[in-house]
Design a protein around this ligand. Structure first.
Ligand code: PHE
Length: 509
């Protein structure tokens, strides 16, 4: 396509953006602020000009740190080692016992602090006696000050101390990815064309309609090359999702239908989460106003009974329950469901409990919502691959078989299973996969056999096995990405998402 024709396709925003880049590259946020152009419009225009070869987009990672909630606590109270060091200033020789009596720290915090003081040679311990090296106290003060520097967003050095604070969960990395736009040589040529400055009309006013013959209009391309490079393509996530659905169907599972909004009952109560379980906190769960239609009263009553008192069938089939009161006043409160297992339990109620002789296998690939801090392995919304199997005589080996078979079909071979805890399954297995990119094992799923306490209220005696796998983490492993956020929102790696070739990795089932 010749230059003049390209120019005719550019709208006002495109032209403004291109002119801005004349004097050097800019971050999208700078353009937003300088020109007051909305982010969505900038991205649209940048995409178009990227495809036409007028600009280049570089993604730059800014290393950032922030305090965790523990870090914020220490910001107020002082780092434990700092408090200990202060104590040692006035009291050069103390023993461990005296120390633990004088600082209000739990055992883990105290040990971590002492470990760190030892590591930095600030203290020595001989036969229970602690001796301080007072020359080094300045280092500890510096380390303590790091917390307020991070809080104020100042650039922070002092590497050794930082790693220690990260390991102990006091600070964490919260890298920011920025998009930097710059003009290409071709873009510069276009900018210098005389044509570039003529105004083409792309919105016609009433007065212009009367006199349109002499106006110059912006053109819209019907050139197949340009259309192909600009047109929408199926998102790689959607493709991966349909690939997973095909895998589940090939393994004999039927898809479940569900809603994002759930009640506390279906998300927590029915699964025997203790009513003081931290997952129920507003820090972890997104609460909404309003209430959903009532929980089936008989079921609520059964759940309450098992929660409070357990049940007795025989010596080998009994439970004491939690031996505490079940408060049903919150059961109808609305939340964004934290996991798709809420849906599994609706299916247990609607289908399995009403037809106990019929073996069934259900799955869903759908969203769960968590009030989390985003980082390179955590999202606020995540797709979960939920599976549930109901049949006679199921054992944990069946579960292991399904899990291994599923990951094999997806093409993730290097996995391992580790016993874990869930309030609603026993035994429970966490699934870990090795990430060559992050060079460590990461949790990719969780699974187990539903506890009898969760099935008793439905009158179900058979075993049910179930799981929830994280879809984005799976896709991350397949695409060898280091950051899960490349798939979503402002951090999206557009080049990758537009790359049809990468979808081919999903291969045949
Ligand atoms: N609901 C669990 C999660 O969110 C996954 C799971 C499903 C675990 C079913 C056991 C059984 O991680």
């Amino acid at each position: 396509m010749d230059d003049k024709n390209i120019i005719k396709l550019l709208n006002k925003t495109d032209k403004t953006l291109l002119s801005l880049l004349k004097d050097g590259s800019l971050f999208s946020s700078e353009i937003e602020i300088k020109e007051g152009i909305e982010r969505a419009a900038i991205i649209n225009s940048a995409r178009k000009m990227l495809s036409a070869g007028l600009i280049k987009i570089d993604r730059i990672t800014d290393t950032k740190l922030r305090l965790t909630s523990l870090g914020r606590k220490y910001l107020e109270e002082g780092l434990p080692e700092y408090n200990i060091a202060n104590l040692l200033k006035s009291n050069k020789n103390v023993d461990y016992k005296l120390l633990s009596a004088n600082v209000s720290l739990d055992k883990n915090e105290l040990n971590a602090a002492i470990g760190s003081l030892k590591k930095f040679s600030i203290i020595r311990i001989d036969e229970g006696k602690i001796t301080a090296n007072l020359d080094k106290l300045g280092d500890i003060e510096k380390k303590n000050n790091i917390l307020s520097e991070i809080e104020e967003d100042k650039p922070v050095e002092y590497k050794e101390g930082l790693e220690d604070l990260i390991k102990r969960g006091i600070i964490e990395r919260a890298d920011e990815i920025k998009e930097e736009f710059s003009i290409t040589n071709y873009g510069k040529n276009i900018l210098n064309e005389k044509e570039f400055n003529s105004d083409y009309i792309d919105k016609l006013s009433t007065s212009q309609i009367k006199n349109w013959e002499n106006l110059k209009f912006r053109e819209y391309s019907r050139n197949p090359e340009i259309i192909d490079s600009l047109s929408g393509k199926m998102n790689i996530k959607s493709k991966f999702m349909s690939f997973i659905k095909d895998v589940m169907v090939s393994m004999g599972f039927k898809e479940m239908q569900s809603n994002y909004v759930e009640s506390v009952f279906w998300n927590f109560d029915v699964m025997m989460f203790r009513q003081d379980h931290p997952d129920r906190d507003i820090q972890d769960t997104v609460y909404l106003n309003g209430e959903l239609g009532k929980v089936p009263p008989k079921l609520l009553e059964n759940v309450k009974k098992v929660y409070e008192k357990g049940f007795y069938v025989s010596k080998y089939n009994e439970s004491t329950g939690y031996k505490r009161k079940f408060d049903d006043s919150k059961s109808n409160v609305l939340i964004m469901r934290g996991h798709t297992t809420a849906t599994t339990f609706r299916y247990i109620y609607d289908l399995i409990s009403k037809n106990k002789d019929k073996p069934v296998k259900f799955f869903s690939v759908d969203k769960g919502f968590r009030n989390e801090t985003m980082d390179n392995t955590h999202l606020l919304e995540l797709y979960q691959v939920e599976g549930v199997v109901y049949a006679d005589n199921l054992t944990i080996s069946d579960l292991i078989g399904y899990v291994r078979e599923f990951y094999r079909k997806i093409g993730i071979e290097k996995i391992r299973l580790k016993p874990t805890y869930n309030p609603y399954t026993e035994p429970s297995l966490e699934i870990q996969a090795f990430s060559p990119k992050l060079k460590r094992w990461i949790e990719v799923g969780n699974s187990g056999m539903f506890r009898p306490e969760t099935l008793k209220p439905f009158g179900i005696d058979k075993n049910i096995i179930a799981w929830g796998f994280g879809m984005e983490r799976m896709l991350n492993l397949k695409l060898e990405m280091a950051d899960i956020r490349s798939l979503y929102g402002a951090y999206t790696d557009i080049d990758l998402l537009r790359d049809l070739e990468s979808a081919k990795i999903f291969g045949e089932i």
